[in-house]
Design a protein around this ligand. Structure first.
Ligand SMILES: Cc1cc2nc3c(=O)[nH]c(=O)nc-3n(C[C@H](O)[C@H](O)[C@H](O)COP(=O)(O)O)c2cc1C
Length: 413
């Protein structure tokens, strides 16, 4: 039997094989962040595909931490019944459910949260949302920590088997960990220990709400790729060591931030037309130039985070390591687990295209994921369309469009 189908123990939880569905934003919640039938259908379907552990999209823990209008939220108790249905849907076909807690910090827009987004420090203006955040007060920092704790409690009450906290991808914990995005001079910044304090506090707050043995998994950036140096592999190694010493059960190593460097998170094609489509007319020419300049610079690389995983793994002690990013060929995945460089295979885009990929691998029907990393799925989300594989293109935009017909401009729709 392939090593990929041997069980893995994370904390006190045993999962049936090495495949994990990594956090994948679906754009399927209603405007108030409640779980919808569309979301349940997606996870019910995935649950029958032999994936051992399923992490749905990032759940927002605080109203000011909301990243998008159709993000699922875990920021109030009235969300628990819907989240319980989500967990049930994942359990239906025999998968285990892990809920991911997140706070956008600066990676959101005033339009989504009703005020200027907040961050550890008011530095930089990101190229995606053009946001210059305001610095959080101490009271707001404690409120955010409390929000993580309460959200963990809600995840437990919803029946989750594990909890995941994203301290990567540029979200609020990542912002605290970064020497660039966090330039505070108080107890929350200025040294590695101080920059780590926020993450330490949210892990402690979550643990207080979790039963003994329930796994806590975290996503950690090995490199941020921000305009000035943020988290680096050396820093990530230090943070990973501290997380392991704190008893975090597994780490998922990634790279890139959503608003400064998202193509590092999902290497492959730059979906230029899809990214430009939702922008106001005045932004389109400049955005087109910038995006065109990015084409070819983020080509897909199989297992592109492996070098960082190898660097970090020796300090991890009993903490398991999950590799995410470009896991595509079954033979390479087997080698990865056999070599001990990682314990679990985390995948995102392959499951968007093939929800039954693991079942097909198990039955010997495929040796490679069909996903071509065209990133139109990401382009669809940017256009507020629900998640699915859009390899054949996005549906036409509703509403009035300008079309050139011969020498005449025509308004359609
Ligand atoms: C459409 C899409 C949505 C994503 N949403 C999340 C998310 O909600 N939480 C998260 O931690 N990562 C998210 N990611 C990042 C993935 O979990 C993963 O790290 C990345 O796509 C690289 O893995 P892959 O090559 O298997 O796609 C998302 C990626 C994509 C493409």
């Amino acid at each position: 039997m392939s090593v990929l189908f041997t069980p893995l123990k994370i904390g006190a939880l045993e999962i049936k094989n090495r495949f994990v569905h990594s956090g994948t934003y679906e754009c399927m919640a209603d405007e108030n962040g409640f779980v919808t039938d569309q979301l349940l259908t997606r996870y019910r379907n995935l649950s029958h595909g032999e994936i051992a552990l399923i992490i749905p999209g990032y759940l927002n823990v605080h109203p000011l931490g909301r990243a998008t209008p159709h993000q699922t939220c875990i920021d109030s108790d009235d969300k628990i019944p819907g989240l319980a249905r989500l967990v049930d849907a994942i359990h239906e076909g025999g998968a285990r459910a892990c809920l991911q807690l997140a706070h956008a910090g600066r990676q959101t827009r005033k339009a989504y949260i009703g005020q200027t987004p907040m961050a550890p420090s008011s530095v930089g203006r990101d190229p995606m949302y053009l946001v210059k955040p305001r610095a959080m007060t101490e009271a707001e920092i404690y409120e955010a920590i409390e929000a993580y704790g309460k959200a963990a409690g809600r995840a437990v009450r919803a029946g989750a088997d594990a909890i995941h906290i994203s301290a990567g991808a540029g979200y609020l914990p990542n912002q605290f960990l970064s020497p660039y995005l966090n330039q505070r001079k108080d107890q929350w910044g200025g040294s590695n220990e101080n920059r780590f304090r926020f993450v330490r506090e949210i892990v402690d707050a979550a643990r207080l709400q979790m039963p003994n043995g329930m796994p806590l998994i975290m996503k950690l950036n090995a490199v941020d790729y921000t305009p000035r140096e943020g988290v680096t592999p050396d820093l990530a190694r230090q943070y990973a060591k501290w997380l392991s010493e704190m008893g975090v059960d597994a780490l998922e190593i990634t790279t890139g931030t959503t608003v400064y460097s998202n193509m590092h998170m999902w290497r492959g094609e730059v979906p230029v037309p899809e990214f430009i489509r939702p922008l106001p007319l005045w932004q389109k020419p400049l955005a087109w130039l910038v995006l065109k300049g990015m084409v070819g610079k983020f080509d897909f690389e199989e297992m592109w985070n492996l070098k960082y995983a190898r660097y970090i793994k020796p300090v991890l002690g009993n903490t398991k390591l999950g590799l995410v990013g470009g896991n595509r060929r079954v033979a390479q995945m087997e080698k990865l687990i056999e070599s001990g460089d990682a314990d679990a295979i985390f995948m995102c885009r392959p499951f968007i295209r093939e929800p039954f990929l693991v079942k097909m691998i198990k039955e010997g029907k495929t040796k490679q994921a069909a996903c071509i990393s065209c990133n139109r799925c990401v382009g669809a989300l940017v256009n507020d369309l629900p998640l699915r594989c859009y390899v054949n293109g996005l549906p036409p935009k509703k509403g009035r469009r300008l079309k050139v017909e011969g020498r005449r401009l025509k308004i359609e729709g």
